[in-house]
Design a protein around this ligand. Sequence first.
Ligand code: SF4
Length: 365
Amino acid sequence: MRKAYIEEQKSRHGRKAVVVLPVHYPREILTAMNVLAVELWGPPGPPRGPEAGRLQTYVCAVVRNALAFIASGGADVADGALFPHTCDSVQGLATLAPDFGGWKKPAFRFIHPKGPLRASSRAFIRAEMVALAQSLATLGVAPPTDDALRDAIRLHREIDALKLRLADRRAYLPVNDADYYRVLRRGEFLWPTDHLNELRDIERKLLDTPAQKGIPIFITGYVPEPMSIFDVVAEAGAYVAGDDYAAVGRRVNSRTELDLSDPWAALVDLYDSASPCPTHSAEQAPRLAHLDAIMQRCGARGVIIHEQKFCEPQLFDVPALRRHFGAHGIPQLYLEGELESDFSGQARTRIEAFIETLSSPRSAA
Ligand code: SF4
């Protein structure tokens, strides 16, 4: 389905398509350059070929599967690949994809500084953004004009603002989690205006009275794979009232005031005001405060921490998360996966048992 969509975007709109590895990148630049971003979170399921075996077994499934997918020709419809400096594994993949994966097309890099921005790191990331635009131009597309960049920033701001409204009113949306997150995740490959239209369609369904009857829970983690997590949660009698998945909720930027007179400076401001993420910064206190605020807003009765095995940046935060939720008496469940196609029976049982504990009067108190 993605392949047909990408081909249509290229033939009908004359767009280039670039495969993008997780997590953070200035997507506004790609939009302003008429380049379709197609994110590659794995993909889930068993690796699509033997090339995953070229990596040590302690490398995360996101990178192992991506190498196998690229090597098996799965990304051949794209014109290039972008490797943000998310972690050592994605950085390494930027070299391995051409060496071991036979990737013959351009490989772009985007290095973002870690930690809160200072004057020097602001200058650095601005230069990285300009360099990214210059390297994307080698695909035969024009560098972005300031006006095109402003338009792209406004479009993505509109998308984020709508996602925030939906998140705030999740309980009033008569759509199950599986369908809701399917729409949210289609933003990983749709052209932004197509994504915005789908979000508007879903917004029209909002009711004046609560539509969700299950137990509200909160999920923090990396990527909602397997997607059947939403079915398992629903069948157990709960719904996801808020999320901090790196692939979904965490990438929604809540900044509303933005000076667009210098659009490159505005992109740096956006980067600086992104939600706390361990692939951005190792500072845990702002992240914990941010998660507390979401949990309070959505009224979650418990939290699922859903991580990828061998994910160094994310797992670094897990002890602090567990201590923090434990200290505040918030029921928690820790899940670790490797992009399986579906949950094991044991994992399903753990989720069901966890949600059952949340329905007890003691937990609800
Ligand atoms: S799962 Fe973790 S280690 Fe793997 S690519 Fe993502 S951030 Fe890097």
